[in-house]
Design a protein. Structure first.
Length: 434
């Protein structure tokens, strides 16, 4: 028997309420994900004893990449689940998995206590979190896009990255408080880094219960009343090869640029520019606040002029400025100069981040939308976003740091080719008007 999903009200108030409810879970999910990279400067020596900080960071970045490599599995499993059984249930399940992963990291003893079992458990936790966040992106992007009306779809869906960045800010905020108020540097290294993972596990459990009260989207409700045995399957996804390759192509440059100028920047400022850990955290926090506030502005702009101009703007400016910005950052020792350079890069990246969710959602029909958004995106982000830190640190360790600047630039240029040739999804959308 087909279950009767609750139809989403068409009022603006109803949409806003559901978008806020879905976004809160997204915030906690991404807080848990980013706590790992925000605190890796403190816990890397607990799991990987070494006299070389770059080697320690390489090991933790490698496990960060492993988590990303699990994201396609999460995108496939949770995307299929969301298309078959509903967006709400899939969102609730993904945040539960994230809670389990954070709890494992919070309680795992260090290498000195249990030896090689410590990094093994760390890998297990990141695998679980990788599956979780892989499912979260496609499902939440689909849910937020389906909740928005045609005229304001870019604006409303941009809140996925607002809450994504807010989760990262929350992780950095906890770090700042622990650094400057509650703990000493030694306490953070010894045991204080466990606190944010415990907080994340607790918040994820609370969010799991909050998400159970979300309303199901009208698009899924309509699809749920159809007899369609291939709904949410790879067979159904295979009927949309152009859309699948479009998702991968438009993601390559955008996700690499995003992770370069957000998660990797804290390590870059410490390990390359020579800033203290607290100064690097402060710079990252300030730039992310402005970056977060820009997302709805760019999303609203895309509703006025289309998605394609914003993507092309990111591609052209990103290709021209990435090498100069990173080169200048590597040489500066001034906090405000570093802030200005990173912010300049993030303004450019906003042309991608603010609308990438809605662009992908508009490429697929409802019967395969969550899978279509989540699975190919997860493949691209695991190969290019998740490996960004590792490749950057690897080049640095081999004394060829400039190669990473060129790598980012080339990937942006490849995506730019797609941006120029693809249709504007605002005008050519497969999403129902509401």
């Amino acid at each position: 028997m087909i279950s009767q999903a609750k139809v989403i009200p068409a009022t603006t108030g109803g949409r806003i309420k559901s978008i806020i409810g879905g976004s809160l879970g997204n915030l906690v999910e991404w807080y848990d994900w980013y706590v790992y990279t925000a605190f890796s400067l403190y816990f890397s020596d607990a799991f990987f004893p070494s006299d070389n900080q770059t080697v320690q960071l390489l090991n933790t970045a490698g496990i960060f990449a492993i988590g990303f490599l699990m994201r396609p599995i999460g995108g496939w499993l949770m995307g299929t689940f969301a298309d078959k059984h509903g967006r709400k249930t899939a969102l609730t399940t993904s945040v539960l998995l994230m809670s389990v992963g954070s709890l494992i990291i919070a309680v795992t003893p260090g290498y000195k206590s249990i030896g090689v079992a410590a990094p093994i458990l760390l890998v297990l936790a990141r695998i679980i979190q990788g599956v979780s966040v892989g499912g979260e992106y496609g499902t939440s992007a689909t849910y937020l896009s389906e909740m928005a009306g045609q005229k304001h779809r870019g604006f409303y869906s941009s809140f996925q990255y607002v809450t994504l960045i807010m989760g990262q800010l929350l992780a950095l905020g906890v770090l700042v408080l622990l650094q400057r108020v509650f703990l000493s540097e030694q306490q953070l290294h010894d045991w204080g880094w466990r606190i944010p993972f415990g907080i994340g596990a607790f918040l994820a459990v609370i969010t799991m219960y909050l998400r159970r009260s979300l309303q199901e989207s009208a698009s899924f409700d309509k699809e749920n009343h159809k007899t369609n045995s291939t709904r949410g399957t790879l067979k159904a996804l295979a009927q949309h090869p152009k859309a699948v390759f479009t998702v991968i192509g438009l993601t390559v440059g955008g996700t690499l640029a995003f992770y370069t100028f957000t998660t990797y920047m804290q390590k870059f400022l410490v390990n390359t520019s020579g800033f203290s850990k607290s100064s690097a955290t402060l710079i990252s926090t300030l730039t992310l606040v402005v970056f977060m506030l820009l997302q709805p502005v760019f999303g609203l702009l895309s509703d006025k002029i289309g998605r394609k101009p914003l993507l092309i703007g990111f591609g052209v400016l990103g290709m021209l400025t990435t090498i100069p910005i990173l080169s200048l950052l590597s040489e500066t020792r001034d906090v405000w100069v570093a802030f200005a350079l990173i912010l300049c890069a993030l303004v450019i990246v906003s042309g991608y981040t603010s609308i990438n969710a809605v662009v992908k959602a508009e490429l697929f029909p409802a019967n395969v939308r969550a899978l279509g958004v989540g699975f190919p995106y997860a493949i691209a982000v695991s190969l290019f976003g998740g490996t960004a830190e590792y490749i950057a640190l690897l080049f640095k360790n081999e004394h060829h740091q400039q190669w990473f600047y060129w790598y980012v630039t080339i990937c942006i240029a490849l995506s730019l080719v797609l941006y120029v040739t693809m249709n504007d999804t605002r005008k050519h959308s497969k999403m129902e008007d509401k």
